[in-house]
Design a protein. Structure first.
Length: 70
């Protein structure tokens, strides 16, 4: 997981913004990345808020992008 943001109240002014970043595997992970499914993130609580914008996302991230909250 890259992120796991959580809020307990929809009116909380918290969240995560990732902007103008490169999200990818380090050289030591590149060769084994398929053994470790990686996601942009998952909600941690009911009102989580995360934005990724103007960023480069490599194929280390699973195609679905986000993992479900369970």
């Amino acid at each position: 997981m890259v992120t796991a943001q959580g809020r307990v109240d929809p009116n909380q002014n918290t969240g995560i913004v990732i902007q103008k970043c490169r999200i990818g595997a380090t050289k030591d992970l590149e060769g084994v990345k398929n053994n470790f499914p990686t996601y942009l993130g998952r909600p941690w609580k009911e009102y989580s808020r995360t934005v990724i914008m103007q960023s480069s996302i490599s194929d280390v991230i699973q195609p679905v992008g986000w993992h479900e909250w369970n």
